[in-house]
Design a binder for this molecule. Sequence first.
Ligand code: 2AM
Ligand code: CA
Length: 263
Amino acid sequence: MDVKQVDQFAKEILFEAGKRIRAAFSYDIEIETKSNANDLVTNIDRDTELFFIEQIKGFDSTHRILGEEGMGEKVDSLEGVVWIIDPIDGTMNFVKQHRHFMISIGVFEDGVGILGYIYDVMREDLFYAIAGEGAWYNDSSLRKLQPLSINEAVIGINANWVTPNNKINHDKIIDLVRTVRGTRSYGSAAMEIAFVVSGKLDAYISMRLAPWDIGGGTIIAKEVGAIATNFNGNAFDFLTTDTFLIANPSIHQLILDQYIEEK
Ligand code: 2AM
Ligand code: CA
């Protein structure tokens, strides 16, 4: 794979997809539900994924695409070049707020993350990385994350997990919320990851994320020194859903050890 060429192509199709999504607000968006009443998908999610598949196949027909909406071929291994794509991450934000949703793309070669993109469609802001070369926010390079203490941390977490639930000991999460400087919840995993890699958040915790939610973000994370694992401290495998913690390296292990206890 010619990394520079793929990077240029990826940016072209991201910006074009963004343009199409922004234009969609001037006509009807059809909303459906998936696994439950709050799990939304629209015709725009599907159209955008199809756009990516057509473009990528035209660029190189050997590249495979693992997309959230499953519009492409079935992908059950990461052999060769695989694009892991979420056409709209934060669909509820897309539908309800008309902002705060991202396109997330990770390009993997034989299971190794090579290029990562998180594109904020309405702000036209791009976070991206080329493995081994660095990470950028638009034209500015992203710095390595600086150490901080847990009391200074601002963390992304959904308020659900501070209430009694069957996934995690919420008392420990209450402890965490009281310990840190502040909490935020943006409703788009890719956006929260983009904020961690650029130091706008210091950690983000989620009970269940899929490969397309984090594929792009974990590649950017590596370049700035953010640590991304599941709750067991292991790397995500990019073919199944799993728990997820991304954090500044100075607080990642501490959060796992002291504040996360799965049921
Ligand atoms: P989506 O908008 O692409 O569905 C919301 O808190 C975040 O979690 C969003 O990034 C959302 O992605 C993701 N998400 C929602 N439901 C999910 C599920 N069932 N599995 C994995 N990720 C999910
Ligand atoms: Ca999505």
